[in-house]
Write a protein that binds this ligand. Structure first.
Ligand SMILES: *Cc1c(COP(=O)(O)O)cnc(C)c1O
Length: 369
């Protein structure tokens, strides 16, 4: 069996370091926030090229608080994409604001910048681009439009740790950048985790309070806050893993190159790297006409794949109240029906990639999918 992700292989490769870090936290009893989390905040913010990092309990909380730090709430609108993980949209809803969707660019799968201006109204407060699959959205025109209309830009970088846009790391390009450390992400905790990074000291101060009950100091609640704190264990584990992220990212990129080469003449559509981007391949998604059949056949041959994501958010039952319908975002809908994520992680071997490519090709030839 070739697994889609392999968290066990990764753990074994860093077991001694992780076990020592965990033991350190148990000894210190700093189970919530504490020195390890503080050190991780500094190291990860620095890694992203940002001045401040505010660690939280999930990527969703990071998005929620980043929106709140900009004063976004009921009556406001936030422009984002429908072709994303539901959390992007849920976080906007948590503030009471309304998500306003624009379509994706069908080549990059990220927000189509040509669609932004006609979605702007006097209620628009922010643009929330998603660096989907580990490829940055086209940030320069997004920042230009945002500045012109006085909008905040919050990056959903949950899938894009260490990705670069024109040589700059994502997360530090917009006003705030939000990361997830869900176990399967490129930098994953052993539990839940998230972080907001920013260069804005006022936002940093607000976020530090919001994640911990809005306290300025203990029991002095100046904001209506949340319990969104990061665990000490996660901070310590993530510090260890951050030291390996460059190597793991290089391995993902090499694996993607190998897939690209092996699938070049297969007739299947492989990912396109935009000229401005350093792609970190959280997901390696191909496109196929008969995607579901292809997935089933690969599964029969012991190859696990995924679909990210089969239903765009504007067509999800939970969001029917937003009033969108089939046909509103054709590129998002088309991608949702065709994308298939192949096994991708740093510990994938060349032999495994060869097997996946060979199986794919033999299925395509044998069935005419
Ligand atoms: C994973 C993810 C999130 C949410 O992160 P959690 O840590 O699971 O809350 C948000 N946006 C995108 C695009 C994601 O992939």
């Amino acid at each position: 069996m070739i697994p889609f992700v392999d968290l066990k292989a990764q753990y074994i490769s860093i077991k001694d370091e992780v076990d020592a870090a965990v033991a350190g936290v148990l000894e210190s009893t700093q189970f919530i926030l504490g020195n390890e989390v503080k050190a991780f905040e500094e190291e990860f913010a620095h890694y992203c090229g940002a001045d401040y990092g505010i660690a939280v309990n999930t990527g969703t909380s990071a998005l929620h608080l980043a929106l709140l730090a900009n004063g976004i709430g009921p009556g406001d609108e936030v422009i984002t994409v429908s072709f994303t993980f539901v959390a992007t949209v849920a976080a906007i809803g948590y503030t009471g604001a309304t998500p306003v969707f624009v379509d994706i660019d069908p080549v990059s799968y990220t927000l189509d910048v040509a669609q932004i201006e006609k979605a702007i109204t006097e209620r628009t407060k922010a643009i929330l681009p998603v660096h989907l699959y580990g490829q940055p959205a086209d940030m320069e025109p997004i920042m230009e439009i945002a500045r012109r209309y006085g909008l905040a830009v919050i990056e959903d970088a949950a899938q894009a740790h260490r990705a670069e846009y024109k040589g700059r790391r994502v997360g530090s390009i917009g006003d705030l950048g939000c990361f997830s450390f869900y176990p399967g992400k490129n930098l994953g905790a052993y539990g839940e985790g998230g972080m907001v990074v920013t260069n804005n000291p006022e936002h940093a101060r607000t976020l530090q309070m919001l994640r911990d009950w809005g306290q300025e100091r203990r029991y002095h609640h100046v904001l209506k806050g949340y319990n969104y704190r990061m665990d000490g264990l996660q901070g310590a584990i993530l510090r260890v893993k951050l030291r390996h992220l460059d190597a793991w990212t290089d391995a993902r990129r090499a694996n993607a190159e190998r897939y690209d080469a092996l699938l070049a003449d297969s007739g299947i559509k492989t990912p396109t790297v935009m000229p401005y981007s350093h792609h970190v391949y959280h997901i390696y998604a191909v496109q196929a006409e008969q995607r579901d059949l292809l997935q089933q056949k690969l599964n029969e041959q012991g190859i696990q794949t995924g679909i990210h994501y089969p239903i765009p958010v504007h067509l999800q039952a939970a969001y029917s109240g937003l009033g969108y319908k089939l046909g509103d975002f054709p590129h998002s809908e088309r991608a949702a029906g065709r994308v298939l994520s192949l096994p991708m992680h740093a510990d994938l071997t060349s032999a495994q990639i060869n097997t996946v490519a060979e199986s794919l090709q033999s299925i395509l030839q044998g069935t005419g999918i």
